[in-house]
Design a binder for this molecule. Structure first.
Ligand SMILES: Cc1ncc(COP(=O)(O)O)c(C=O)c1O
Length: 423
């Protein structure tokens, strides 16, 4: 076994995995264009072009880009008027930003458990968590699975709640023909380096509601009103917007033209890449079914277009002679020369979600302080996934060929056959 000093199945020096991020001379050209133009930021032509492209790609009327996928969540909450005294229901298994954005607007994140087969928020748990203070649900389409949007939207309608889709992992996915980010009131996307559309950092918001789009646009731009609206009023003699045009308090969450330039080129490639990842993941999942103790993540039949993020599966140690999942992950990483990780840490005990370390910001009163303590939530399914079952790999492996998928399966089979040696 490679982890014990033996020969790995893959020699990554001779046979490297596909590189991430993907770029070519188109990005180089576009970046130089921005450089020479001198328009490096602030509602520039690349930003406007990308917003239009992304709105069309996501099947929505409006898309508003911003600095990253954390502030997009915060701006979405603010645009919906969510703040102190409100509760927002989120899954316990997600990146810390989903919760951090809620505490940052002084609302209370209510952590609920996820479904064991998709790792996405459990609609039954959502309904149980609703109180008179609940204002919104943030389903996360985690690792490329789709949250059950039929159930979530039905609950939202029944209790009159907003839905913000956290689509940081789901650019281009479709639920019954509707694009991720077009189903709830607002969709939030990240373009951080690990994401399958990236400019290193960046984010975007999607919506079909003009009023919300205008608010989001103002919120990412120091509270300034949309330029067309201002221009019309200036024409009517209302004066310049910099002085009296601000209509909402906010900060600077803008994206740069360099990011937008890279995103435009990346978005042109994304549909093909999504197709390739999907085809490879389906092939891989079909092969993995033959190995006991490896359960593919469920692909919901209502997902009409898949957009894989990481390639993950569920591990059952009983089938691997009780080999702990940590040892399995290390062995797989050594055979294939890739990183193999656990899922995100459940947010009730997560080293990066620690709101009680900021009393000067969040200790508004004792009731609020207690309410935002993440450890008050019980998340048994999230904990089991994190501690015992999750095996997560980078999406770049899904850009390989058929033989690469077969090699991944061979590596898992090798561990299965030699589990005793690894104990
Ligand atoms: C589910 C989820 N939501 C939000 C974010 C935040 O995005 P960003 O890193 O662009 O701030 C991430 C990033 O990893 C994420 O995975």
């Amino acid at each position: 076994m490679a982890v014990n000093g033996g020969l790995p199945l893959r020699d990554v020096k001779k046979n490297p995995w596909p590189a991430w991020p993907v770029w070519d001379q188109n990005e180089e050209k576009a970046l130089l264009e921005v450089l020479h133009s001198g328009v490096w930021s602030y509602n520039g032509p690349k930003e406007m072009e990308f917003d239009h492209m992304f709105a069309e790609f996501s099947g929505v009327k409006y898309a508003v880009s911003a600095a990253n996928g954390t502030v997009t969540l915060q701006l979405a909450l603010e645009a919906l008027g969510i703040g102190y005294g409100d509760e927002v229901i989120i899954p316990g298994l997600t990146w810390q930003a989903t919760a951090a954005s809620v505490v940052d607007v002084n609302a209370v994140p209510i952590l609920v458990d996820v479904l064991e087969d998709t790792w996405c928020i459990d609609p039954e748990e959502v309904e149980k968590a609703i109180t008179p203070r609940t204002k919104a649900i943030i389903p996360v389409h985690l690792y490329g699975s789709f949250a059950d949007m039929d159930a979530i939207m039905a609950i939202a309608r029944k209790y009159n709640l907003y839905v913000i889709e956290d689509c940081a992992h789901k650019h281009g996915g479709e639920w019954k023909g509707e694009k991720a980010g077009s189903i709830g009131n607002i969709g939030s996307f990240s373009f951080q380096l690990s994401k399958h559309l990236t400019a290193g950092e960046g984010g975007i918001l999607t919506t079909n509601n003009k009023e919300l789009a205008d608010k989001l646009d103002a919120l990412r731009n120091c509270g300034r009103r949309p330029e067309e609206e201002v221009a019309e009023e200036v024409d009517k003699g209302a004066g310049h917007y910099n002085d009296e045009g601000n209509f909402i308090q906010s900060g600077n969450y803008r994206i740069t033209e360099f990011q937008a330039a890279v995103l435009i080129e990346g978005l042109k490639r994304l549909p093909e890449q999504n197709k390739k990842r999907d085809k490879n993941a389906m092939y891989l999942n079909a092969l993995l079914k033959n190995i006991p103790g490896v359960d593919p993540i469920k692909r919901d039949k209502r997902e009409s277009r898949e957009a894989y993020f990481n390639f993950n599966f569920r591990y059952k140690k009983e089938e691997f002679k009780n080999l702990p999942v940590e040892k399995f992950r290390k062995a797989l990483a050594a055979e294939l020369g890739i990183d193999v990780e656990a899922s995100y840490e459940p947010l009730n005990n997560c080293s990066l979600y620690v709101p009680l370390t900021k009393p000067f910001r969040y200790r508004i009163n004792e009731k609020h302080w207690k309410a935002i303590n993440p450890s008050r939530f019980e998340l048994p399914v999230c904990e089991r996934i994190f501690r015992e079952e999750s095996v997560c790999t980078h999406h770049k492996i899904l850009l390989g060929g058929k033989e690469d998928m077969e090699q991944i399966v061979s590596a898992i089979q090798k561990i299965y056959d030699n589990a005793e040696e690894l104990m």
